[in-house]
Write a protein that binds this ligand. Structure first.
Ligand SMILES: Cc1cc2nc3c(=O)[nH]c(=O)nc-3n(C[C@H](O)[C@H](O)[C@H](O)COP(=O)(O)OP(=O)(O)OC[C@H]3O[C@@H](n4cnc5c(N)ncnc54)[C@H](O)[C@@H]3O)c2cc1C
Length: 423
């Protein structure tokens, strides 16, 4: 009998593992609640209409379908029975495993303020990205039909909460839309009216980067017309308003990019977790006391040799998957320690600027953006996606045009009150 390995999650960790274990002689079942692998680092480009959803997502079945030893299931795992080695699916099925690898990623963390979720949109899935895209373009459409500047202001105001790489990238992309290339299509709005705020509780944005790169990122954003509010914790979010204690900003355009937490499946494991729900693992990535169950990627809290927690980044998940492949195929002894090779961090800001910290070598500007573009194309799944994204970027670079400015949801017809009130 072949050993049965169940992988939960077809993200960076799970998909890498399944691909590398194809032809391994093991029986692999990959379970994901969504039918596609999502390249989250480029999701903000879908939210800002630079790319189409299909450019950053690939059906898991089309990646793994050709491997005879790999089964793909579209299902949600709700519970793991560690003692009897079974996983339970939401659809009522249960499956037994010899080895289980959990790579379910994370969800956005509203730090106990779950009611904020309905007013501050997060960016984690294709549906989220489309919702944000519609929000941005709908707001511009509304502003175009309002004459009174004070009434128009909220629709031309955008608040991004969280000054990490996602927040910085999103703020830069919105600045491009609302301050630059889109405004010629909205003849009644001046780009000077649009306001973009990047809000960060800590004293600087990109706090994981060296200080001078944070400062550079702030300068680039402010040149693009983004107001960076560092050291400004959000106190409350209600419909169309963000409160900071002494001040507030009125807008329906609130984007949440302020940290992640473990998924509910991680909670159901009933093992030790950190304050944001990531699961503590042994140095070999197994669950303490359960040598045949492993947790990798964003869901796992793994420490390096100095005791620092590894960041929730795609390369960490990929390297952890590669490490497990060696163990599962007998090329590495059980119990050996996972070590992460940090190849660097990059964040892009707008059309042709980025900041990069590559193993202590720091740089910013156009060259950093070129490197960022090259690496992201290289890591996209599938030649078609790489080709399409490359062509879209060339088109966008030379024409400044965004191709996917579609508002397809019909909710705006219901909430068209501001325009109506003015008539
Ligand atoms: C907007 C954004 C931008 C980012 N930018 C960068 C960047 O520039 N560089 C970088 O390195 N990292 C970036 N990241 C982080 C990076 O995407 C993650 O570190 C990486 O995706 C983690 O991989 P993973 O395999 O742990 O989880 P994911 O890639 O999140 O995959 C988890 C998978 O598990 C599935 N799943 C979850 N729960 C269940 C369940 N109960 N049952 C079945 N399936 C389940 C999900 O559907 C998903 O497909 C970004 C993340 C976001 C959200």
């Amino acid at each position: 009998m072949k050993e049965h390995v169940i992988i939960v999650g077809g993200g960076f960790g799970g998909l890498t593992l399944a691909r590398r274990l194809a032809h391994s002689g093991l029986k692999i079942t990959l379970i994901d609640k969504s039918n596609h692998h999502l390249f989250q680092p480029l999701l903000y480009q879908v939210a800002s209409a630079a790319l189409s959803p299909g450019d950053v997502a690939e059906p898991i079945r089309s990646v793994l379908g050709r491997y005879r030893n790999v089964d793909v299931l579209l299902a949600e795992v709700t519970k793991v029975d560690k003692e009897h080695k079974k996983v339970y699916l939401k659809n009522g099925r249960e499956l037994s495993f010899d080895k289980l690898i959990l790579a379910p990623g994370t969800v956005y963390n509203y730090f106990g303020n779950e009611e904020w979720k309905q007013y501050a949109y997060s960016l984690k899935s294709i549906a989220d990205a489309i919702q944000i895209r519609e929000r941005i373009f709908l707001s511009l459409e509304k502003a175009e039909q309002i004459n009174e500047p004070a009434l128009r202001e909220p629709w031309l105001t955008f608040v991004i909460v969280g000054g990490g790489p996602t927040g910085v990238e999103m703020a830069g992309a919105i600045a491009e839309i609302a301050k630059r290339n889109m405004m010629r299509d909205y003849k009644r709005i001046s780009k000077n009216e649009t306001r973009i705020f990047l809000v960060e509780a800590e004293s600087r944005i990109l706090s994981q980067y060296p200080e001078h790169l944070s400062e550079k990122a702030r300068e680039i954003l402010e040149d693009m017309g983004v107001s960076v509010l560092a050291g400004t914790p959000v106190k409350n979010i209600v419909k169309d308003r963000v409160d900071f204690g002494k001040s507030s900003i009125h807008t329906p355009n609130i984007i949440w990019a302020a940290g992640v937490k473990g998924v509910s499946l991680a909670d159901s494991l009933e093992v030790e977790q950190d304050s944001s729900g990531r699961v503590y693992t042994e140095p070999d990535l197994s669950l303490p006391g359960h040598p045949d169950i492993f947790v990798i990627g964003d869901a796992a809290l793994v420490r390096d040799e100095e005791g620092n927690a590894l960041p929730a980044l795609a390369p960490v998940a990929i390297q952890q998957a590669e490490f497990l492949v060696k163990y599962l195929t007998g090329k590495k002894e059980k119990g050996s320690r996972f070590t992460y090779l940090d190849k660097g961090n990059m964040a892009t800001i707008g059309r042709a600027k980025a900041v990069a910290d590559i193993r202590g070598l720091t740089f910013s500007g156009f060259f950093a953006w070129l490197l960022w573009s090259f690496i992201h194309i290289l890591f996209l799944i599938g030649f078609r996606n790489r080709f399409r994204v490359f062509m879209e970027w060339i088109w966008h670079y030379f024409t400044f045009k965004r191709g996917v400015r579609l508002i397809t949801g019909k909710n705006y017809l219901k909430e068209d009150t501001l325009v109506h009130a003015e008539k």
